[in-house]
Design a protein around this ligand. Structure first.
Ligand code: ZN
Ligand code: ZN
Length: 190
């Protein structure tokens, strides 16, 4: 599957955004939320080189958290039709303006966010279209959650044979390999 650079970057952004969500049942004080406050939102925008977001406020924070929930729904969609419907609604609400661009030495590609779009609309448009690209390619099953117990982090499986099960082989995959190895050793010793 050939993925244009902007799609790849947008998919990384989707995954990182989803993984800022509190693990489960967010406590009311916002603990455990990677987007707990406005400085965290600025840091997120900077990390992903989201330009032209202007001054961010509480409204932006709430809107980005909402987009985060929408992405989680797309990942949880049981089939491509459900996923497509969710992406269509998300992208339509963001008011896209497709623009061909070859900025910063990259080859021609399309930006979807409208000029002066809020950060939430920017994310919904460009990341929503990146998810659309995956669905068009018939690859919805690549939008996954880590299978390690107590993890559940989102990731996009870009492996050739769609065999990736963990968010990161360095942490989750490795952790499980070590546990399985120890269990085998224990069995062999006992
Ligand atoms: Zn670009
Ligand atoms: Zn994991």
């Amino acid at each position: 599957m050939l993925i244009p650079h902007d799609t790849r970057i947008a998919l990384d952004t989707v995954v990182d955004l989803m993984n800022t969500a509190p693990e489960s049942d967010p406590p009311p004080d916002g603990t455990g939320d990677g987007l707990a406050d406005i400085p965290a939102l600025y840091a997120f925008a900077e990390r992903h080189h989201i330009s032209g977001v202007g001054t961010l406020g509480e409204k932006d924070l709430a809107a980005v958290r909402d987009v985060r929930d929408r992405f989680a729904e797309v990942f949880a969609a049981p089939d491509p039709r459900t996923a497509a419907d969710l992406v269509n609604r998300l992208v339509a609400a963001a008011g896209t303006t497709p623009q061909l661009t070859d900025h910063d030495g990259y080859d021609w590609h399309v930006h979807y966010f409208a000029p002066d779009a809020s950060i939430a609309d920017h994310l919904a448009a460009d990341c929503g279209m990146a998810l659309a690209f995956i669905i068009v390619a018939g690859e919805q099953e690549r939008l996954r959650r880590c299978e390690a117990p107590d993890c559940g982090h989102a990731f996009v499986d870009l492996s050739r044979n769609r065999s990736r099960r963990y968010c990161s082989s360095r942490t989750c995959g490795n952790r499980l390999h070590v546990a399985a190895y120890r269990a085998r050793r224990k069995e062999a010793a006992g």
